[in-house]
Design a binder for this molecule. Structure first.
Ligand code: P1T
Length: 380
């Protein structure tokens, strides 16, 4: 029996997390050392300096790469640091296509920082094959996609986007933060890169920032290893430990997130105050069929629009008691937010602008009856 035949939960608990060889410790030690003794100059035992590589970080990198079925994994200090390592590979004149529905920070990075340095970008609806075909150019180097998207929960076909992007020689990056490797593996679907904000479901407890890049191609991995070391946006060993600890329960947490989110989406769908529910698990969601094919379940995020528009949305997000009003997502506690003024404020007046009447829920793993009762009182 080998690691490659193990199921997801077994890999989540054991890959990269073997008992410590020196002591038998059952959890990965937090190696705080910044430097490692060398028997002779240049002859290190695998580790020389912790920015370059660190045993606790190496364990995390093996663990998440294993969950994504990737040959190589790189841990970063935040999701944005992971994204920056990838966009930083581009040169002036290169072109990027990104989804017109994406995390505001991704747009801010590509348009606000790299746009100023001569990187060109187009934002298109990646669920529309014609729109994607129209946006791709010979100089397109990267296509950035989220599926499901943040915050509209649109679902794009990874294989179809990859085929179109590869035809012009572009690399396809899938931000797999919402789905997690438990529900979706972008590399197996045809993408070149899976990127994560590990701050979310991988950590799972709202207590650690992190980012991750998983790839198969050796040459791309070499460039990323160079950037990770040269730019140095690496997570601390303690943060790596917290992520390793979170990952062990990813499967059971995701099962509960998905079941609770499905129940919340169905409850909202039948509620008289609600105009529209966005959840890929609902059979009438436009991406339901694609999601059912490329995901194992539909995730823990639900967005919706109230009939009363923005004023009703503000009143509702201020009225819940179990759902806490805060940015971020993917942790055990349920969160509610208004993307237009919070997580997606940086895309106001851009092609990614969000309806101010939209409410986004990160459905946690609390008792479902309490979550439904909380929403019911907030909407009445
Ligand atoms: O926050 P950080 O770990 O740097 O990750 C950035 C990021 C990247 N990709 C997606 C899909 C994300 O949702 C995020 C961060 N998102 C939020 C903080 C949020 O509340 O949507």
């Amino acid at each position: 029996m080998s690691e490659s035949t193990w199921g997801f939960e077994t890999r989540a608990i054991h890959v990269g997390q073997e008992p410590d060889e020196a002591t038998g410790a059952i959890t990965v030690p937090i190696h705080l050392a910044t430097t490692f003794v060398q028997p002779a100059p240049g002859q290190h035992r695998g580790y020389e300096y912790s920015r370059t590589s660190n045993p606790t970080r190496a364990a995390l990198e093996r663990a998440v790469a294993g969950l994504e079925g990737a040959a190589h994994g790189f841990a970063f200090a935040s999701g944005m640091a992971a994204e920056d390592a990838l966009v930083g590979l581009l040169h002036p004149g290169d072109h990027v296509v990104l989804g017109s529905d994406a995390y505001g920070g991704t747009f801010r990075l590509i348009a606000g920082i790299y746009g100023e340095r001569g990187i060109e970008w187009s934002a298109v609806d990646l669920t529309d094959a014609g729109a994607l075909a129209g946006a791709l150019r010979p100089e397109t180097r990267q296509v950035w996609m989220e599926t499901p998207t943040n915050p509209m929960l649109a679902v794009a076909d990874v294989g179809a986007v990859a085929d179109a992007a590869h035809a012009v020689g572009a690399t396809v990056v899938v931000d797999n933060t919402f789905a997690t490797p438990y529900l979706q593996n972008p590399l197996a679907l045809g993408a070149d890169v899976a990127v994560h904000s590990s701050t979310k479901y991988l950590g799972g407890h709202s207590d650690v920032l992190g980012g991750f890049v998983a790839v198969n191609e050796d040459e791309l991995a070499e460039r990323l290893a160079f950037v990770q070391n040269a730019a140095g946006a690496v997570p601390s060993p303690f943060d790596c430990y917290l992520l390793l600890r979170g990952i062990k329960t990813l499967g059971v947490r995701m099962d509960r997130h998905c079941n609770n989110a499905r129940a919340v989406a169905e409850f909202l769908d039948g509620h008289p105050a609600v105009d529209r529910v966005l959840y890929p698990g609902l059979p009438d969601h436009p991406g339901h069929g694609v999601a059912a094919r490329q995901m194992r379940d539909f995730g823990g995020m639900v967005s919706f629009i109230l009939r009363g528009g923005e004023a009703a949305a503000v009143a509702a997000v201020c009225s819940t008691k179990v759902f806490l009003l805060a940015e971020s997502l993917g942790a055990v506690e349920s969160l509610i937010e208004q993307p237009a003024t919070m997580t997606h404020l940086s895309v106001a007046d851009s092609p990614l602008a969000v309806d101010p009447g939209l409410i986004r829920l990160s459905v946690g793993i609390e008792t479902i009856d309490d979550l439904l009762a909380d929403l019911d009182q907030a909407l009445s």
